[in-house]
Design a protein around this ligand. Structure first.
Ligand code: AMP
Length: 249
């Protein structure tokens, strides 16, 4: 079973992002970039399926600037067999990425496509759903457990008030939630091995996809600063303050 995994290069989750002075976006100069955490979980899941003898080949795909090759090398250090970079300097929005992935699904014919549930930079939570729709494949989003057997995937999802388990026919699209697994640390020998794995570079035009942005960002602003809290000595004071100062009760 071939598994295709989408990995996005994003601002590292430890970085405190700064908004550009002109409010047009987030300042990316000298900022540490890493693989989107949900995509690390996606790669880890693919590797576990391969280790369990269910998966055969893992293809990691990243869409974006040339530096996304580093993200693909990380995916290969975790255990992906090869990488494909769809290289573009355009601001790639979820629909454009979904179209690129759909074109690669047509070409590679994977049985399982795994994406993160959302990218921590744009928080869109759209790409997986759009890929499934464009490719006409069943989808199970926010997976916290995946079991593949007999041409089907049984996917457990955390929903309000409990767990829901879906059975979907392969080929299918799955998006990862936080509790699906804990990705392994990449070891130095595996980083070295990853450097020798194949990495193809294609352009959106090669896949016949127009990636021009459809949405424009009107304005980006920092969240309002929170004012300092106060300690109250007892419940009566709290109620009095909520009533008379905050005026919320
Ligand atoms: P989003 O819809 O932007 O929140 O992203 C959801 C998931 O789609 C991510 O976790 C990735 O698996 C995949 N994805 C989004 N953008 C890209 C990209 N530029 N390259 C590769 N995968 C992507």
């Amino acid at each position: 079973m071939k598994v295709l995994v989408a990995v996005k290069r994003v601002v590292d989750y430890n970085v405190k992002v700064r908004v550009k002075a002109d409010g047009t976006g987030v300042d990316l100069t000298n900022v540490k970039m890493s693989m989107n955490p949900f995509d690390e979980i996606a790669v880890e899941e693919a590797v576990r399926l391969k280790e369990a003898g269910v998966g055969t080949e893992i293809v990691a795909v990243s869409c974006g600037v040339t530096q996304c090759q580093e993200t693909l090398r990380t995916a290969m250090a975790i255990g992906a067999d090869r990488g494909i970079l769809v290289e573009s300097n355009e601001d790639l929005q979820p629909l454009a990425v979904a179209k690129l992935l759909k074109a690669l699904i047509d070409k590679e014919q994977p049985q399982l496509v795994i994406l993160g549930k959302q990218a921590i930079d744009d928080d869109s939570n759209q790409t997986g759903q759009m890929v499934a729709a464009l490719a006409g494949l069943p989808q199970a989003t926010f997976a916290s457990k995946v079991v593949v057997a007999d041409g089907k995937a049984s996917v457990t999802r955390e929903v309000d008030g409990g767990l829901e388990t879906l059975s979907i026919k392969l080929p299918a699209v799955v998006t990862t939630d936080l509790r699906l697994n804990e990705p392994r640390y990449v070891t130095l020998p595996n980083i070295m091995k990853a450097k020798k794995k194949p990495l193809d570079i294609v352009k959106p035009e090669d896949l016949g996809v127009n990636v021009k942005p459809r949405l424009s960002t009107v304005k980006v602003v920092e969240p309002a600063k929170r004012s300092a809290g106060v300690m109250v000595p007892d419940v009566a004071t709290l109620v009095q303050k909520l009533k008379n100062e905050a005026k919320v009760i």
